[in-house]
Design a protein around this ligand. Sequence first.
Ligand code: T4K
Length: 392
Amino acid sequence: MNLPDARIGRLVAAHTFPEPIYVTRPSLPPLAEYARALEPAWERRWLTNEGCLHQRLERALCAYLGVEHLSLFCNATIALMAALELYGLREGEVVTTPFTFPATTHVLRWQRLDIVFADIDADTCNLDPSRVEERLTPRTRAIMPVHVYGTPCDVERFDALAAKYHVRVIYDAAHAFGVRLNGQSALRHGDASVLSFHATKLFTTGEGGALAVPDAERHRQAYLIKNFGIAGEESVEGPGINGKMSELQAALGLVQLEQADEEIARRRVLSQCYRRMLADIPGVCLFGERPGVQPNHAYFPVRINAEAYGAGRDALHDVFRRCNVHVRKYFYPLCSHFACYAGLPSADPAGLPNAERAAREILCLPIHGTLSVESVETIASVVREFHEALRK
Ligand code: T4K
């Protein structure tokens, strides 16, 4: 493609940020506030193993998220492995999406499960239940969908598949902190849901995660799994692992939780600004707001239709990089492209057309509570002016 270089150069010169603009940033409280939150741990000299801050955060998150049984973890990846372990999923097939962060697929491999990719829905980019059903076999033990960008999956259809085929549904809910569906937490579906509290998430404990399960007995088992299987000083009930969250992480979580509503509200304003400014640019498709969903605005993905826009997603990505804006291609490459999975029969691109297209077309624009509306306006202007420059 012949880019009109002089025009692009002028565009870049007019819209280059002096400091890098990242796709996300944690909104951190004043350091003194974090230090205050740590005081109970310091006084007790109790740094991990279900200390008082950990217990407090677990209770506070249950109340905030609207779930009864939540177990804190050191990160979402270990929590996903624990969820599989909780249901004895150590052999057989698991149907999952290729359009996700590597962790979703890797945990299946670590559990020695056979990975079966199925295609995603073209609109939501979530695993498509119809495509999943086509890939179920007598060896299928579970389905692992992801609430991509925080958009809830078609949970009712997955519930129905679980009942019909007697398979487990383990949700990777890494993006879905605080998302509600028909007034209820999106975490109240399936056999387990896993949140990530990584530094890139809207609610963060630096590294961290949580596993939501439907009942108290599963919650007890999740605790055992993340604590080496230790049930008492002289009793080990099973082959657990170290998946615990420390008091240092929990303290950050407690202060973060106080500002979670504000963080989501700020992102909502930015999201509305993007929607307003990007609404009528040819070839720029926004993700629809879904009925019944209370979103968390964790990501702001856009799809670039190269023909209508005048250039593809990658060209726009490169223009942004020249403007010092670190947009991201979440999720390119697909997990089914990784050398370790590309040889799987279900990784054949022919069977994953929607995922292949999404990986080519989607760009995640910056969104986080410390980003200004003016910055979002500039970023949106880059999208518009690049299109205009290409058309001249
Ligand atoms: N399932 C799904 C669907 C996931 O998206 C993830 C994680 C997981 C499972 C696993 O969860 P954890 O086990 O991590 O809890 C980032 C994160 O590292 C990853 O946790 C996250 N998904 C994924 C979507 O994004 P990268 O490779 O993009 O990270 P990085 O280091 O390039 O950071 C992105 C931007 O964030 C930076 O450009 C700047 C900003 N940033 C990053 C860090 C680490 C900060 O401002 N501060 C920071 O401390 O994967």
